[in-house]
Design a protein around this ligand. Structure first.
Ligand SMILES: Nc1ncnc2c1ncn2[C@@H]1O[C@H](COP(=O)(O)OP(=O)(O)O)[C@@H](O)[C@H]1O
Ligand SMILES: [Mg+2]
Length: 376
């Protein structure tokens, strides 16, 4: 937690030379808003992930930062230089000097690995000898120096993406942009390459915006994660803070933090179709202090402990028990037969196995619950 406060502090004290400063960015297509009032500031050396479902506007925002698309509103500065303002002036991509890595590698098939990596240096008019040295150093950083003379088409997907990464960092750009760079790779490679990319960005002290729809990838790579929903940044925080203090029921639902119940608050009790849950008198995350009314209750996975049916706050039926080597994962059905409201299912870790069909009690850790007012 301390680390997350530190990051926030550092960011706010260096806004003068922020790697990226996007203010109130908007973009519409055919009159339909796709981005609305997006604010995003990155400190030097900071890595921020844009995490959101498909279609929420991640690529649109990244293309605006890259200079491939003009915003219809807002102001964008990179390294303190204004790149776009109020839908008017806009600096072209080549004037921004950013590194970019896309899903489909985008390597030139007719250039060797070395020449692909050296390409941004050639564009900047750097001499041949210098280009070769710097391309070799960038290939070293991604562990591919030995493949410098190969053609991209003879490399595996993971190797091609490392070449694209070397090309993105070779000119030491002020900011590197990633758009779902690992989504064409299989899961195992995705995980190891995400760890490797995160380490490389930190080793080189690079600032980066990393677009993904994969939560694990975002949490692996980023200092802070911006959760994007329907064209807006719904919350931006360190990964741990997103889970401890989700800003809204929408964020909690997207991050799949736990079960969400639809019900109402009445005299210190949360009532829903499953019964009533006694809530702690104080310190409930998210609640704005109203005494009663329609509400959403988030029961995070980490707030639930299996208990004897008679003792728990809630009852649940085990639908499946999954052995995970060091513990069990109990898949619990919290919904009722008449078609449950939101929050019918919860996967909860347990030291002990349980039978499918067994009814358990669930004890809740009260200070981990969150409650939000719901539309009536
Ligand atoms: N050039 C375009 N013309 C019209 N609509 C677009 C264009 N680019 C993106 N959109 C729309 O904007 C929304 C956000 O797209 P995008 O930024 O690609 O989402 P994401 O990368 O989060 O999946 C989508 O509804 C998409 O159809
Ligand atoms: Mg996209």
């Amino acid at each position: 937690m301390e680390a997350c406060y530190l990051v926030t502090m550092v960011t706010s004290t260096i806004t003068a030379t922020a790697a990226l400063e996007a203010q109130r960015i908007g973009r519409s297509f055919d009159g339909k808003p796709v981005l609305e009032a997006v604010d995003l500031t990155l400190g030097a050396g900071e890595v921020v992930a844009l995490l959101g479902p498909s279609g929420c506007g991640k690529t649109t925002l990244l293309r605006i930062i890259a200079g491939l698309l003009a915003p219809t509103a807002g102001r964008l500065a990179i390294g303190g230089r204004v790149m776009a303002e109020g839908g008017g002036t806009m600096a072209p991509p080549e004037a921004r000097g950013l590194g970019m890595v896309f899903q489909d590698y985008a390597l030139w098939p007719h250039l060797s690995v070395r020449d692909n990596v050296a390409f941004p240096l050639r564009m900047r008019g750097i001499g041949r000898q210098d280009r070769r040295m710097r391309a070799a150093a960038a290939l070293d950083q991604v562990g591919l120096r030995h493949l410098a003379d190969r053609w991209p088409g003879t490399l595996s997907g993971g190797q091609q993406q490392r070449v694209a990464l070397a090309r993105a960092i070779v000119a030491e750009p002020p900011l590197v942009l990633f758009d779902e760079p690992l989504s064409n790779l299989d899961r195992e490679l995705r995980e190891s390459l995400a760890v490797e990319m995160g380490r490389l960005l930190r080793r080189l002290g690079l600032s980066a915006v990393y677009v993904t729809h994969d939560q694990a990838e975002a949490f692996t790579i980023a200092d802070r994660v911006a959760v994007m929903l329907e064209g807006r940044i719904a919350q931006i925080d360190a990964p741990e803070a997103l889970f401890l203090r989700p800003a809204s029921v929408q964020v909690a639902r997207f991050l799949n933090i736990g079960a969400i119940f639809v019900g109402a608050l009445e005299g210190g009790l949360f009532r829903c179709s499953r019964g009533a849950i006694e809530l702690p008198a104080a310190g409930l995350g998210g609640w704005c202090g109203r005494k009663s009314g329609p509400a959403h209750l988030l029961v995070p996975r980490t707030a639930v402990r299996p208990a004897e049916p008679a003792n728990g706050h809630l009852r649940a039926r085990v639908s499946h028990c999954q052995f995970q080597g060091d513990r069990y994962l109990l898949h619990l059905d919290l919904g009722d037969a008449a078609g449950a409201p939101a929050g019918g299912h919860l996967a909860c870790p347990s030291d002990r196995p349980a039978r499918a069909g067994e009814v358990l009690g669930l004890a809740l850790v009260p200070d981990r619950l969150h409650l939000w007012p719901a539309p009536a």
